[in-house]
Design a protein around this ligand. Structure first.
Ligand SMILES: [Zn+2]
Length: 385
């Protein structure tokens, strides 16, 4: 690395912080590093906790005898003394600022294996804590260690983590969603679009997951919790609409808020949330988990990012000359499926209650057009917040 200035700040104890600045570093970091600490977990595992002010976008790499967590769009914290426990694998922590990226470099006493995804957790703010990125790891048992010199070079030049998108095809199974006059079911149309979207986003370099890949029924909170479990960066719930007026047509895009932006949005949220009234067993528990995950601070951040995405999505749909339902570009309502810590939107692709649009929504070419617009909206979304 070519740093023109390098400052080393030594703190009492075992922690060391180095901050290397690039000249004329001119970026407005959207995230801040709050604390870095280590602990020991059962099974002699080392726990590294990185606390940030906003939801972190990160990647992990494994240079020789080090573990490096790179945070996008984050500023170093010069006054921060990492709190390191004795006896863990981490012997020192260094902050390295490179442009808008901040690397947390942990020196290791022993080599480790690549940390499995299950052992990396992103926790939401609660009580006195902000967002916490938690990594649990143990010393490797030898042969499979990634910290050899050759793999170190490969690892450190590896591209940062793929952004994770969870695509939710609405309804399914015993819940058909709305049904057009010609018999087209919402659950069928949105599953087809979801699968096409997955193919295109995968090809564009995103890591995608479907909440359902066949005709199965899922509760709304289960869908939302898939977004959480996959550490999704974006959650897209796909639907098609119905309106008492058969003349009504066009797409509409929604984000979560406790209060609906208008009466129509409120009615739509009621209709979409009704999916859960088909089968309420087991809902309580999911609902509780999700509720715990949301603090007001977080709701605000997630809402902001969701609206940013939704506005971009609306403009891509308009650019593609897809008919828009009269009204604002983005509306808000209390959709259960969007109730999570993952920014996202609910996209009503069009009206199945309108005969012309029902035909369009069934057609592969129109589905491709919708998918192309959504792919553009995802590509132009700023994930590094
Ligand atoms: Zn729906």
């Amino acid at each position: 690395m070519k740093f023109t200035r390098r400052t080393l700040l030594k703190f009492a104890g075992i922690g060391t912080v180095a901050i290397a600045m690039l000249p004329r570093m001119a970026f407005a970091a959207r995230n801040t590093l709050r604390t870095v600490r280590t602990g020991i977990q059962p099974g002699n595992k080392t726990r590294l906790v990185i606390e940030t002010g906003a939801r972190p976008s990160y990647s992990v790499s494994y240079p020789a005898n080090q573990l490096v967590v790179t945070l996008s769009n984050t500023a170093a914290n010069a006054s921060l003394a990492p709190s390191l426990v004795a006896g863990s694998l981490v012997t020192a922590i260094t902050q390295v600022q490179s442009g808008d990226k901040l690397q947390i470099v942990a020196d290791l006493a022993k080599p480790i294996n690549e940390i499995p995804r299950d052992n990396i957790m992103l926790l939401s703010p609660n009580g006195d804590n902000d967002y916490r990125l938690v990594l649990d790891f143990a010393a490797s048992s030898g042969a499979s260690a990634v910290a050899s010199a050759s793999s170190a070079a490969k690892q450190s030049s590896a591209p940062s983590r793929k952004y994770v998108i969870v695509i939710d095809a609405g309804h399914g199974g015993k819940d058909p969603g709305c049904i057009g006059k010609g018999g087209t079911q919402e659950k069928v149309v949105v599953l087809s679009v979801a699968k096409k979207l997955k193919t295109k986003l995968d090809a564009a370099g995103f890591q995608t997951y479907l909440t359902r890949s066949n005709d199965t029924y899922l509760k709304l909170a289960q869908r939302a919790s898939i977004g959480e479990k996959k550490h999704a960066d974006l959650f897209l719930s796909l639907h098609a609409n119905a309106n008492p007026s058969r003349a009504m047509q066009g797409f509409s895009i929604y984000t979560l808020s406790e209060k609906a932006s208008d009466e129509e949005a409120a009615k739509l949220a009621d209709a979409e949330n009704a999916a859960d009234k088909i089968d309420v067993s087991g809902f309580e528990q999911f609902d509780k988990d999700i509720r715990i995950a949301l603090s007001s601070l977080q709701q605000h951040a997630v809402a902001e990012m969701s609206v940013e995405y939704a506005n971009g999505c609306a403009s891509q749909f308009k650019r593609a000359k897809i008919t828009q339902q009269p009204g604002p570009d983005v509306r808000h309502a209390p959709f259960a499926v969007l109730r999570s810590t993952v920014p996202g939107a609910l996209i009503e692709l069009g009206h199945l209650s309108n005969a012309a649009e029902e035909k369009l929504l069934k057609s592969s070419s129109h589905q491709d057009k919708l998918v192309a617009a959504i792919v553009k909206s995802v590509k132009s979304y700023n994930f590094d917040v």
